[in-house]
Design a protein around this ligand. Sequence first.
Ligand SMILES: *[C@@H]1O[C@H](CO)[C@@H](O)[C@H](O)[C@H]1NC(C)=O
Ligand SMILES: *[C@@H]1O[C@H](CO)[C@@H](O)[C@H](O)[C@H]1NC(C)=O
Ligand SMILES: *[C@@H]1O[C@H](CO)[C@@H](O)[C@H](O)[C@H]1NC(C)=O
Ligand SMILES: *[C@@H]1O[C@H](CO)[C@@H](O)[C@H](O)[C@H]1NC(C)=O
Ligand SMILES: *[C@@H]1O[C@H](CO)[C@@H](O)[C@H](O)[C@H]1NC(C)=O
Ligand SMILES: *[C@@H]1O[C@H](CO)[C@@H](O)[C@H](O)[C@H]1NC(C)=O
Ligand SMILES: [Zn+2]
Length: 930
Amino acid sequence: MASKDLFMVFTLFLVIFTVSCVSELTTKSSLKTTDIKLPTSIRPISYVLRLQPLINGNFTIFGYVEILMEAVEETSNITLHIKDIVTKNETVELYLGDKPNGQPIPIVEHSYDADRDFYTATLAEPLTAGRQYLLLMEYEGYLNDQLVGFYRSQYKRDDGSEVLLAATQFAAIDARRAFPCFDEPELKATFEIHVARQTNMTSISNMPLVETTPIAGSDDWVWDQFARSLPMSTYLVAIVISDFTFVNSTFNDHVLFRVWTREEAIDQTWYAIGAGPAILTWYEEYFSIPFPLPKQDMVALPDFYFGAMENWGIVTYRETALLADPELNSAADRERVATVVAHELAHQWFGDLVTMEWWSDVWLNEGFASYVEYLGTDSYEPDWKYLDMMVTYDVQYALVLDSLESSHPVSVPVETTEDIYQVYDAIAYSKGASIIRMMNSFLTEPTFRSGLTSYLNANQYGNAAQDDLWEALTQQAHADGTLATNLTVKIIMDTWTLQMGYPVINVSRTEDGAVVLSQERFLRVKSPNSTDTHDYKWWVPVSYTTQSSPDFSQTQPTYWIPSTEESITINGLPNDQWIFFNLQETGFYRVNYDQNNWELLISQLGSDANVINLVSRAQLVDDALNLARSRQLVYDVALRLCSYLRLEDEFVPWDSALVNLEYLEEMFTRRSGYGQLKRYLLDLLVPLYNSVGFVDDVNDPQLEQKKRVLAVDWACHLEYEDCVTRSVELYNQWMSSPTDQTLISANLRSTVYCTAIAQGGEAEWNFAWAQYLATNVASEQNRLLYALSCTREVWILWRYLEMAFTENSGIRRQDAVQAFNNVASSDIGRDIAWEYLQNNIALITDYLQGSSSIGDMVASVSNEFNTELELRQLIQFKNDNIDALATATYAIDQSIENTSNNIAWMDNYYDYIVNWLTLNGYPPFVSLIS
Ligand SMILES: *[C@@H]1O[C@H](CO)[C@@H](O)[C@H](O)[C@H]1NC(C)=O
Ligand SMILES: *[C@@H]1O[C@H](CO)[C@@H](O)[C@H](O)[C@H]1NC(C)=O
Ligand SMILES: *[C@@H]1O[C@H](CO)[C@@H](O)[C@H](O)[C@H]1NC(C)=O
Ligand SMILES: *[C@@H]1O[C@H](CO)[C@@H](O)[C@H](O)[C@H]1NC(C)=O
Ligand SMILES: *[C@@H]1O[C@H](CO)[C@@H](O)[C@H](O)[C@H]1NC(C)=O
Ligand SMILES: *[C@@H]1O[C@H](CO)[C@@H](O)[C@H](O)[C@H]1NC(C)=O
Ligand SMILES: [Zn+2]
């Protein structure tokens, strides 16, 4: 899924639209069962599904299913998944063979196990191993409004009329809400789907439409029949019934490509209909496997919980992930569409054609798609230099998350339903992607690609686990000679997937030119009472370059530090010049140097930074600031290193720097030293701000636009006068001529709106709210949703939170958590959001149908917590709500650890940094007399 699909983290500062690929709606059951797997005695072969949802009626779904299955071994019962379905016991029939012929086999009992969503038919006599049986069943389902299973969605047409549609979201385990099935990824089968609909709508599904037939006696109803699918998992089945229109493309000569949306938004499909077919075609070549289905649909749904979902042949998206206004699209809008489309289309092979055996390998699906999305995006938009972005968007992001003691391995055992929801997290997406990137770099691109193709070919229409991928890559690597024959990919990668965390490599040099590299787990804070006795060591690929012949392109390792060794020694390197390890941050680890080498690197950055590759400049800034934050490097070194930023002109190093400096800014927000820090940060930033300018130009290259957005957003956030004045001016002009859409460029809208609303009052807020309700463009709505949280009027923030969790307030259910997180991330809103959350936990979990988003919400609220009082409140909150927080426990533990770390950071560094600022030209008081 996409939060990139699931989990897209847009790291543009202050423009953080968390693509909720990571959180998922769940039901409230917190019951755990030790074994949630179905008995293995039966496996499905094929389904026939007939569904008639009463979209414009009482939302009943009349359902009928026929499942052809094989008894793998003798058994006296048939168990499958059912949830929120009313079965009709008397309609259940079982026959020997693949046709409902002859006498049915008697069923003596129907039973249900609600904890495990099991339905069991008990038989009078056992089924024979190796024979096929046909199970028929009629049932009734319900078209819910919870965005899971088969659900309904609604939108308003330009003429004001409300229109309903129906769509599915079956991942991870909600197909069982729409039809009785063997709802496990490994139980693949083929599907023949029939959908009844009214004639003023159309239906689409995974496969092409075969025929449409009238329903006798119901004038305006017809049955659509779709072609039988290839073998696939239940969670990838999808249906959309709507009045949408589409645009098509025949760019690919054997796949019909369509993009569907509301008629009023059809002109917003321009980007996706260009990118989608091109990227799909590029993947066919990249994987060396043609797309196996005759068509690919992509659908923008008005209500959608995740970012997007990779259903085979019919990818569903929230509107912001697929649509972009033809005139008013920002760099971020285009980037979001390109990357989510690239992510979902990568899943068509990795996930759909070959599927993980069990949810414990979700990381492989998601990490892989999160990696390949960069390649797919780069293929379509080479000017974006998108491969470089991965270092800040995923690698450095994951390095932060995975430095907590409460992290977890990417590969985790999944034993309960709650576990299934929790595995779709940032570790799976971002660390998964990062270690796949590392693997690509140590195996080399040609070996990686060929190994991947043989893995996909060997397992197509089936399932695989991580060991199968390791095996395919090892064979290829040995054949190509890119890996020593006594080493395997499994030996190396197990150290990265089965244990959590990652190392810092400490580099020290001796007088005679020997360099000692030693590995040690990198922790943000080493807890003195940790009970973890695991001996953390990794297989670490080591690449390096030197000052005398700098070359940052050879990322293949020259050495390995084995997981059996603490350290290795490299001889013969000069010690009066800098050396640099882990080129372009391809290895998932940090590097710490001795003082002398840091000084040499700092002077290189100061004299000619471009000698060091731009990704590696981002790496130096990120490593230095994180090492300082975790007490492994003095802050003085890290802050002096950052001073070269006054001359830095590239987006990637700036993005890394600001992500890190933001931490200092957050910790200082409510402290007396804030003014000093603000002046220091502006000093670094203003040269960039001046070079890109406040005035946007849509003809600038993408990277120039992104740089401008970053600089302007920060400048306004730090209340740089030029930025604030211009923003307020522009917004006022817009308020006087609301229909003039050209006044404010799409790139700067988030910043301009937020700044003006923060400076303004009720009138500015109300104007934005009116625009929010009026706009037809989802990404514009998203920008306004964010800007509305920027007000400093406490009562308006409170009202805004109440609206977020109220039906029909104008804020869709899918956006409630985002609205909350926006408020929680603002300086003024944070306390209000925290109070609201503590007082309304029952209301919120009820409104969201579960607790899994609470983790996100707590993380937003507590992000800047750095006092003992706040820590106590957080722990109290967890203890008071243990039951309500069922699926959010990982996330809340992380917030607690984060808060403790912030407290320790304040104790250790606040005074030190204030002092450093004072000594380096930023005293507490600026003299008013000059
Ligand atoms: C829903 O409407 C259908 C058709 O009118 C009717 O047959 C069915 O009994 C209704 N179901 C419920 C639960 O009201
Ligand atoms: C159904 O049969 C399987 C194997 O034959 C057995 O393990 C399981 O306990 C049975 N379940 C029920 C509910 O009888
Ligand atoms: C089906 O059978 C089960 C178990 O005997 C029973 O609990 C349930 O009420 C029955 N359902 C209907 C609709 O008859
Ligand atoms: C289709 O027709 C039904 C009744 O005839 C109506 O209720 C519904 O709103 C229409 N749907 C659309 C999408 O126009
Ligand atoms: C695609 O759209 C064009 C017009 O936009 C139409 O002429 C063509 O028939 C369509 N192709 C398919 C296969 O639907
Ligand atoms: C693999 O072989 C090399 C030399 O051929 C040796 O140095 C190394 O220790 C061996 N590694 C392992 C894991 O056995
Ligand atoms: Zn995904």
